[in-house]
Design a protein around this ligand. Sequence first.
Ligand code: CTP
Length: 396
Amino acid sequence: MLKGKHIILGVTGSIAAYKSAVLCRLLVSAGAEVKVVMTELAKQFITPLTMATLSKNPILVEFFNPENGEWNSHVKLGEWADLYLIAPATANTMAKMATGVADNLLLTTYLSARCPVAVAPAMDLDMYAHVATQRNMERLKQDGVHIIEPGSGFLASGLVGKGRMAEPQDILDAVVALFDEKKKSLEGKHFLVTAGATIEPIDPVRFISNHSSGKMGYAVAESLAERGAKVTLVSGRTSLATPKGVDMVDVLSAEQMYEACNAVFEQTDGAVMCAAVADYTPQTVADEKLKKGDGDMSIALKRTKDIAASLGEKKGSRVLVGFAMETQNERENAQSKLERKNFDFIVLNSLRTEGAGFRGDTNVVTLIDKCGAEELPLMSKREVAERIVDKIETIL
Ligand code: CTP
C-alpha cells in the first residue's frame, strides 16, 4: 500500500506516544520507509530504542549528535519525505507549527518539509476544545496541514470526551487515503508532453540530432499519469520504455513533432515542452546516400518551426511549461524564453552544474515564473517531475 513511500513520523510528548510504536510498525508493514523524529519530552513517554527498532532507522531528536557533532539536517529530511506525519501532536506542538516557532528538530523539519503534512492531535478534552487550540488547528488547515481527527472516549486524565489520538489503524488508513488523493488530483485533465531528441534527416543514412535522453520528459509524463491525468506523450527518439498509462505518439523530425502537438493541444489542459527540438533542419533531404568527395562539404540548413511558441500563441487558459538548457547568462535567457513563448513557467537547466543535464538520472533546476525564481537542489529527475507537476497543480 505504501511501497517506496518515505514517511517521517514525528512523535511529541503525549501519553498517546505509546500508540506511535504500533503506528510505526503498521507503516513499515505497509511498505513505507520510516524515519522517526521525537521531541525531548516524547522520549519520556516512549523510548528511542523502541522506535529505532520498529522503524529500522536511528531516532532523530537533536540538531546534532553531541558525541561526534554529526549534523541532523532537517532540510534534507524535509526533502526526503513524501509525507510528514506527526502522531501524536500535542496542543503545544500544533501552536508552534501554527506560528512558525522552530525550537526543536521536529519543528524545523516541519518548516523545511515540502511534502504533505498530517497531524493526529492528542490531548485532554478541555485542551482540545479550547478556542486557542481550535484556532491553531484552523490555521494549520489553512496552511494545508491534514488533521486526522481525534476520537472520543476515555482519556488518560480519567475524563471522557474528544481528544484521544485516532487509533493507529485509522491513522494508517488516513495516510493511504492521502496518497491516493494526491494520485488522483489530476483526474479529468489532459496534458501534452514532448520529450526526447528530434532527428533531422540529411539522407537515408545520416541525421542531425542532439544528446537528449528523454528521461526528464518521460518522468513528467509518468508523474502526470500517476495523478490521474490523461497524457499524450509526443516523443522523439529515446531508448526508454513507454510510461504506464500514457498515450504515446512517436515522431522523428521537428516538423512531425510540430504537427503531432498542434493536432492535440486544443483538447488539452496544458503542455509541458521537454523535448530538445532541432532549431535547424537540412534544406533538402537527399533521396540517396550522399557519397563522399575529396573536399570538405557543407549542408544548407533552414529554421524549424518553434513548437512551444506556436502553442503559446493559442494557449488561452491552458498551462504551458517550457524548458531551457543554457550554458551562459542562464537566468536572462530563460526569462526571455518565458516571455517570448508565453510559458507560465520555465524549468532552467544549467549544463554547468554537476548532476544536471542530458543523460543522467539527476537534475538541478530552477523554476522561473513571472513572480520570481525557485532554485531546487540536486534531485532525481523523477523528483524534479513531481515538483513541476505540483507547480502545474497550483496554477490550475
Ligand atoms: N522548443 C520547441 N520547439 C522548438 C524549439 C524549442 O518546442 N523548435 C521548446 C523546448 O522544448 C523548450 C523551449 O522551447 O521547452 C526552449 O527551447 P530552447 O531550444 O532552449 O530554446 P530556443 O528558443 O531554441 O533558443 P536557443 O536555441 O537560442 O537557446
